[in-house]
Write a protein of this length. Structure first.
Lengths: 311, 464
């Protein structure tokens, strides 16, 4: 496989994953906007922007945080590199180059999405359209992921999934970083109005709202939620699940065992730690520090993948 | 489709019945379905006049049909021509017998920009310079076919031939149950076989590694490049994916360097090798020509193959056929005046109102004059151009291109068409049973180029 092809495949699934994350965040923001806004409470759209890593760009463009502008900035704005529009555009431009390493269905899934978002972008949309837009995005991403199941299980497949899980690990960790304070242990059970909203934001944006209720019995505690999102290997968006899959797709690569070995060595410790650690220990050590280190590690693995395979 | 005013040619009867039973509503729906399909698969193109959204070529639902016997003659004629053009290239880059025999004057060849001096004395595998040739044909009477031009470099359009058939089969399966249409979907397989049969001398691999070299996503034929490499299962590379080391060409893969045996290049000569051609080019592979000349890789088509489809050389193709193959040409040339020759220039200037004047190096329907359809001022403009640069032009009579029924606003109307079939020459010479039919969508227009509002049709060759 061409190095360039591997790189483009890797980025296609990163972009598609990011499109989904952004859409989910928008959905969360939208839900929050329907609830009464307790006085003195932080503007939820602001934390949506932070979690999407778009707060700086947004503030350069707009003076105040308003729903309409946030929606437009996160969904359609061409100047926001992580807007759903840009993610789909970039995924499609990459797919155009590597469609030969795909199934026709994967190409169609991406290109149809692109054609449709061009049409959506031309239309004026109103507030009430947002749920349709986010639902549409998630559907499109699922269509793409589904199409991958008929791919040859070769290195291209593994690069696609490496990209997906690197992106997801990064997205989940960033979200945790923005909201980590919700997960710190408190004397009483979680369940006050504000907390309620806060953890539901976290779970919903990680598409784990209902899954959590099924995964844990009894009362909802901050520690259980933290355990779910950081260490639970059954949760497809937890940090440990992402790491596990990065390791899996990395070691499944058949090309250049020595390159794979070098990257694996860098990742080994984090993987062991996350598989063996107890959530209580992590919280004691400092959830924030843990997440920050995690983000740094993922970024260094990403750099290594680029250096070893794509140059 | 029609023999005369109202008599339908036999082989179009089925299509006529089919058209009769389609309501306008169905036609509208099917048109929309085709457009969506083309957009979804991404068969779009860009023109010199760039707009934000990619364009798709208008697709006409009514197929163009050839009978088996009609096609047999075209097939023989096109293959004959393709063989002669390759023989011509092998000759002028070696002994130059056709020049010694005073059939083609040497100035016409050696002074052309498309003649590549570095090819002199080198013979590519099997002496094939141009393995993929597209011949543009027009029909002016029941059995009168003329060759409008040859395309020996990197003819494009074959993806339309294949996709037009795909969409027709998908939308109108019944048509294919009721008509015996020769399949064309083996073209990519045959193309790959052709390329593999042209492996360079130093290739030891029984299954040579072929790649398709594209200039990149901004090229107007990019869809075709990815389509063909996908169908052939070969890598589509850009020049940055390739590099020369020692006497071989390699591509950069995740496994490390992998040797490449055959390059099906879809970029121009000028951009192949900055060391040999255009030193300003950023999209070349330094040293590839050296590898090529020492048998480490084959480049298809060969650098310098473009001389064979030069509009000034075109005039001599019938002579070439006689000279190299000892045969009579099966397909005729359009009568052509070479403005470079004083007498012919005089004739052109005197009769310019009835003629079509084309730039020797032009393509895509740009920069041509259609005498009978042009205003006096445009004609005067061309007269000046002709007098100052006669070498740059040829002239031909305005051919009465055949009409094909075409759906215009839900009505069947007559529009002019041409045809580009694709010929492959490697171990064997073969013609795909179909081609790209281009149709001038504007009433009365003679210009079928997609850049000038032309459309396309599915092209059927009926089985015996």
């Amino acid at each position: 496989m061409l190095s360039r092809t591997a790189e483009y495949l890797y980025w296609i699934s990163r972009y598609m994953e990011r499109a989904e994350t952004t859409a989910r965040l928008l959905d969360v923001g939208y839900r929050m906007s329907l609830f009464p806004n307790p006085s003195g409470y932080n503007n939820e759209w602001e934390s949506v922007l932070s979690a999407a890593g778009a707060i700086e760009g947004y503030k350069n463009k707009y003076d105040t945080i308003e729903q309409k502008n946030v929606e437009d900035y996160l969904f359609f704005d061409e100047s926001n590199p992580s807007s759903v529009y840009n993610c789909i555009l970039n995924a499609r431009n990459n797919a155009l180059v590597v469609r030969t390493s795909f199934t026709p269905e994967s190409w169609l899934a991406i290109n149809k999405t692109y054609q449709e978002i061009l049409n959506l972008k031309e239309k004026k949309f109103t507030k009430s359209d947002l749920p349709d837009l986010t639902e549409w995005t998630i559907e499109q991403v699922n269509l793409f992921r589904g199409s991958l199941s008929s791919l040859l299980r070769n290195d291209g497949y593994n690069f696609l999934f490496l990209g997906l899980f690197i992106e997801r690990a990064d997205n989940s960790a960033r979200l945790l970083d923005v909201k980590y304070f919700v997960l710190l242990p408190k004397p009483q059970y979680v369940g006050g109005n504000i907390d309620n909203m806060q953890w539901s934001i976290l779970l919903r944006s990680l598409s784990s709202f209902r899954a959590f209720r099924w995964a844990y019995d009894g009362n909802i505690t901050a520690t259980k939620i933290a355990d779910f999102l950081v260490l639970n290997n059954n949760c497809p968006r937890s940090l440990s699940f992402c790491i596990q899959n990065i390791v899996k797709h990395l070691t499944n690569l058949t090309c250049s065992p020595e390159k794979v070995g070098r990257i694996y060595n860098n990742l080994k410790d984090l993987n062991t730690k996350i598989q063996e650690e107890k959530i209580e220990t992590i919280v004691e050590y400092g959830l924030h520090q843990f997440v920050t280190q995690f983000i740094r590690k993922i970024s260094s693995v990403d750099n290594e993948i680029h250096k070893e395979f794509f140059n | 489709m029609y023999q005369s005013e109202s008599v339908i040619r036999n082989h179009y009867n089925n299509i006529n019945d089919w058209l009769d039973q389609m309501t306008s509503k169905v036609i509208l729906e099917k048109n929309a379905e085709a457009e969506t399909h083309f957009r979804n698969i991404g068969i779009t193109f860009s023109t010199n006049n760039e707009t934000a959204r990619e364009r798709i070529i208008p697709f006409d639902l009514i197929p163009r049909i050839f009978t088996y016997t009609e096609w047999l003659r075209l097939e023989r004629g096109v293959i004959q021509r393709a063989k002669a053009l390759n023989a011509f290239l092998a000759d002028i880059y070696n002994q130059g017998e056709i020049i010694k025999a005073n059939i083609i004057p040497k100035e016409i060849i050696y002074k052309k920009k498309s003649f590549e001096p570095s090819m002199f004395g080198f013979s590519p595998p099997r002496d094939i310079y141009s393995p993929i040739i597209g011949i543009d044909l027009v029909r002016t009477g029941p059995n009168d076919y003329f060759v409008l031009e040859d395309n020996c470099r990197t003819p494009s359009g074959v993806s339309y031939m294949l996709e037009n058939r795909e969409i027709m089969m998908r939308m109108f399966p019944d048509l294919f149950h009721n008509n015996r249409v020769t399949p064309i979907d083996d073209y990519p397989t045959r193309l790959l076989q052709t390329l593999m049969s042209l492996a360079p001398i130093k290739c030891e691999n029984p299954e040579p590694v072929c790649v398709l070299l594209t200039p990149g996503p901004l090229n107007s034929a990019y869809y075709e490049h990815s389509f063909l490499s996908d169908q052939m299962g070969i890598e589509m590379v850009e020049s940055t994916d390739l590099f020369v080391e020692g006497k071989y060409l390699y591509m950069k893969t995740v496994d490390g360097p992998k040797r490449v045996d055959v390059v099906y290049r879809r970029i121009d000569d000028d951009f192949l090798d900055p060391l040999c051609f255009n030193p300003q080019s950023v999209i070349g592979i330094p040293g590839i020509m050296d590898v090529y000349r020492t048998g480490g890789v084959n480049i298809c088509s060969a650098p310098g193959a473009g001389i064979a489809d030069d509009k000034a050389i075109y005039i001599y193709v019938p002579e070439m056929i006689k000279f190299y193959l000892g045969e009579q040409p099966i397909l005729d040339n359009v009568e052509t005046w070479n403005c470079e020759k004083e007498q012919e220039l005089k004739y052109v200037l005197d009769n310019i109102n009835e003629l079509v004047v084309k730039e020797v190096d032009g393509s895509g329907g740009y920069g041509m004059l259609i005498g009978p359809k042009s205003s006096k001022s445009t004609i005067d403009e061309f007269k000046t151009k002709l007098s100052t640069n006669p070498k740059g032009y040829i002239a031909q009579p305005l051919l009465d291109l055949s009409f094909s029924p075409t759906l215009i606003k839900n009505q069947v109307e007559a529009r002019r068409v041409d045809l580009r079939p694709f010929c492959l020459i490697g171990e064997q010479a073969q013609l795909s049973s179909g081609g790209l039919t281009r149709v001038a969508m504007n009433e009365g227009s003679f210009v079928v180029n997609s850049s000038q509002g032309g459309g396309v049709k599915d092209t059927w060759v009926l089985a015996e």
